[in-house]
Design a protein around this ligand. Structure first.
Ligand code: XMP
Length: 338
């Protein structure tokens, strides 16, 4: 794609001339497409004066850390430090049920870890980094600063905690936002030119607070996170096997703090309920539940597929004896349950 190649060349030139020869740059990787493409681009421009951090907050999906770290290391050769802060995050979240409180705690803990990373780095390179890379896209720019008279409001303040607004005030970092004039499909093209694996570029969006907004109530209760990881992995794998992954905007499981009676083998059980949610959407602002929103309608998401997934979940995940399907669009529901 010659147009995106031009954009890439131009951006690399700009970053090279902006960042002085002994200045350093930091970047927090979420495992998502935007931060990964932004970091890869900056790495192309300034090499190992870029320092990335990936935080394990204990709220990641099944094998997520291993999967993204392998992409960062083996495919992209990005300089990434992985910080395991899971114990701290989960300790702080213990007993917390309120969704907004959960988000607040997670945002705060991200800042603590990020601050630690900056200090570690300062020790290592002998000075403070001057720049911060952010994977801000054009729609984020419009959303956080709607043109006057557009009638748009700050619809995505919900995402603010992992944008720069949430970073430590005394860090005084200058921003590098190489994607800020691009739309999502252009970022994917750019990523492709930068050799980010195609499967990675097509990943479904994942919320910053991670599985915390998909375990209803206290995320540390029982083995909710472990159960959710297993159910989610079975669901996503089945969607991939059925060739449906790329047609779905987002699919995931939700853990409910509800136990119901079931019968498994000859045993009466009293186990948890999980919900499955799959949606189609253009931008996450509105959404339709699958399968009926597929265009053309894909009947393969219906009975045989669902029957098989439910069987797999109940047979393989201890502690689950009931699966429900979320058939609510946005609005009136949101995409996430919390
Ligand atoms: P909702 O649930 O608001 O989700 O309909 C719309 C899209 O945003 C994602 N989402 C988040 N992303 N931090 C994020 O980075 C958050 O706190 C957050 N909450 C929701 C959600 O997964 C969906 O793609």
């Amino acid at each position: 794609d010659w147009k995106m190649q031009d954009v890439l060349d131009e951006e690399i030139k700009t970053i090279k001339s902006m960042v002085g020869p002994d200045e350093h740059v930091i970047c927090a990787l979420s495992g998502g497409v935007d931060s990964t493409v932004a970091a890869t681009l900056v790495h192309n421009a300034i090499g190992d004066r870029l320092h990335c951090v990936f935080v394990d907050n204990g709220l990641l999906r099944y094998k997520e850390k291993e999967r993204v770290m392998s992409t960062f290391n083996s495919d992209l050769h990005l300089p990434v430090t992985c910080i395991d802060a899971s114990e701290k995050f989960l300790t702080e979240l213990k007993g917390v049920k309120d969704p907004e409180m959960k988000r607040k705690i997670i945002g705060r803990e991200f800042i603590v870890v990020f601050d630690e990373f900056a200090h570690m780095l300062e020790q290592k390179i002998g000075k403070r980094p001057e720049y911060l890379v952010q994977g801000t896209l054009y729609p984020d720019v419009i959303e956080s600063c709607p043109p006057p008279g557009s009638g748009r409001t700050h619809s995505h303040t919900i995402k603010s905690h992992h944008n720069v607004g949430g970073l430590p005030k005394d860090m005084k970092l200058k921003l590098i936002e190489p994607l800020k004039l691009l739309f999502k499909d252009e970022v994917r093209k750019l990523g492709s030119i930068l050799n980010v694996p195609e499967s990675f570029l097509k990943r479904h969006p994942f919320p910053g607070p991670g599985l915390a907004v998909r375990v209803i109530g206290d995320v540390t209760a029982g083995n909710a996170l472990e159960v959710l990881r297993q159910v989610d992995e079975i669901f996503i794998q089945a969607i991939k096997d059925a060739g449906l992954y790329d047609e779905i905007w987002q699919a995931f499981a939700v853990f409910l703090p509800v136990q119901t009676v079931g019968v498994q083998g000859d045993q009466r059980t009293h186990s948890h309920v999980v919900a499955l949610r799959a949606i189609t959407s253009e931008d996450g602002m509105t959404a339709n539940w699958c399968p009926f929103s597929f265009k053309p309608v894909r009947y393969d998401f219906e009975r045989p597929f669902l029957v098989d997934v439910v069987k797999k979940i109940c047979n393989n995940v201890r502690g689950v004896n009931r699966v429900v399907l979320d058939v609510t669009s946005k609005p009136p529901a949101t995409v996430e349950w919390e």
